[in-house]
Design a protein. Structure first.
Length: 405
């Protein structure tokens, strides 16, 4: 068999064999302009953007961009451009598809419920109005992106709380209704994408919530997952970096501005508490992922905030006995041996997943003898992959991340 790709195992992280542990928060450059909450955000080409929001003097439409390589913010063209008067807003939805950013819905100084959609082109530095959202005008909804389509739903409209969802196709510039969220109608929930699925949870339906759901776009189906174990809350933030996702901050049912951070694992459907957010507890912050690093900033903690932080998580679910592994050769052309310091007990089977959570086990050949695992790839595309060792019992599983380059 001819192998055309070079393969490097770059990170090992496991449940029963841990060698990589970060769980680190770092202070970054504060966001330009006045402190604010209820802003929207998106990421384009490795830079994060924050748009609009609410400060002590009212709603805004200004936009700022963050370059992580320089740890610096720049002023950008405000929502709507030079003729965007009246588009100031907070509690809107932000998302990116390809090399464009989008803002839709929200509330403003004189308009309690927007339904417009705007597209930002960073190359030409222009805002263009697109097709209006076809649901009712609303605020405090959620948005996520799967593939080349955005999904927007829930929130509050003039009649009350909503549970309907719609998808936006930028190619046809059209909105299409999909299946309603099957939980209760609500506002100020959290939603994000991890791999090929989206996740949704928490929020306010009149009572603060801690339920957690996965949306499978390929079959337009919602699946309930293990509930968020923190206190029920609204105005939290979330982000996903496969195979883990995070929910943090928000205002809980005791009216506390929280700063706890919880990690969700795709493979085990379990939650683990991580290091608290190092800023003040808050609600209505923004979160984004830039180059596989999570970022949180702005929000309301009793005062409006302009601080900004990064978080490097742990590539595992639970930590047990630490051990070492040897990789040889690394990188490799046809195969590699992963040698553990001690024999791995009770091997049931080995599964391989790509960075979108898809099972690609059949693309690899695995042989396990004692404390050594030999990995031979079949013809395989470039990207990040994860090996799951032991499916039952999961508390003895291992997870190896490797990269085809």
């Amino acid at each position: 068999m001819k192998i055309s790709s070079r393969i490097a195992i770059v990170v090992f992280a496991s449940l029963s064999f841990q060698i990589c542990c970060q769980n680190i928060w770092e202070i970054k450059d504060s966001v330009n302009g006045p402190s604010r909450g209820s802003s929207s955000s998106f990421v384009i080409s490795g830079e994060g953007y924050i748009v609009g929001g609410l400060d002590d003097f009212g709603f805004k439409r200004k936009m700022y961009s963050y370059d992580p390589s320089q740890n610096d913010w720049d002023d950008e063209l405000a929502l709507g451009g030079l003729n965007g008067d009246g588009l100031d807003r907070g509690s809107a939805c932000g998302f990116s598809i390809g090399d464009k950013g989008y803002i839709c819905l929200g509330q403003g100084q004189t308009n309690p419920y927007f339904k417009d959609t705007w597209e930002y082109d960073p190359i030409n530095d222009t805002w263009t109005q697109k097709a209006d959202f076809t649901g009712t005008a609303r605020r405090q909804a959620v948005a996520f992106v799967i593939g080349n389509e955005a999904f927007v739903g829930t929130g509050q409209d003039a009649s009350g709380l909503c549970k309907d969802f719609y998808k936006y196709d930028p190619v046809t510039n059209s909105w299409t209704q999909i299946n309603d969220f099957p939980g209760t109608a609500r506002r100020q929930a959290v939603a994000f994408t991890m791999g090929d699925q989206a996740y949704f949870g928490t929020g306010d339906d009149g009572v603060l919530k801690n339920d957690f759901w996965m949306y499978e776009a390929s079959i337009d189906t919602w699946i309930q997952k293990t509930s968020f174990p923190g206190t029920p809350r609204a105005g939290a933030v979330g982000w996903g970096i496969f195979p883990t996702a995070f929910i943090a901050t928000g205002e809980d049912n005791n009216f506390n501005y929280t700063k706890d951070v919880w990690e969700y694992n795709y493979f085990s459907n379990t939650w683990t508490q991580r290091s608290d957010f190092i800023g003040s507890g808050r609600k209505n912050a923004v979160a984004m992922v830039i180059n596989n690093i999570g970022y949180i900033g702005t929000g309301y903690s009793g005062i409006y905030e302009d601080d900004f932080y990064s978080y490097a998580g742990i590539l595992s679910v639970n930590e047990f006995v630490e051990t070492k592994i040897n990789l040889f050769p690394n990188p490799f052309l046809e195969y590699a041996n992963v040698t553990f310091q001690k024999e791995i007990p009770s091997i049931v089977n080995i599964k391989a997943y790509d960075q979108f959570g898809r099972d690609v086990t059949e693309s690899f050949i695995f042989n396990f003898e004692g404390n050594q695992l030999k990995i031979r790839p079949d013809e395989q595309s470039k990207g990040n992959y994860f090996l799951k060792i032991n499916e039952e019992p999961f508390s003895k599983n291992g997870l190896i991340k490797f990269t085809i380059i």
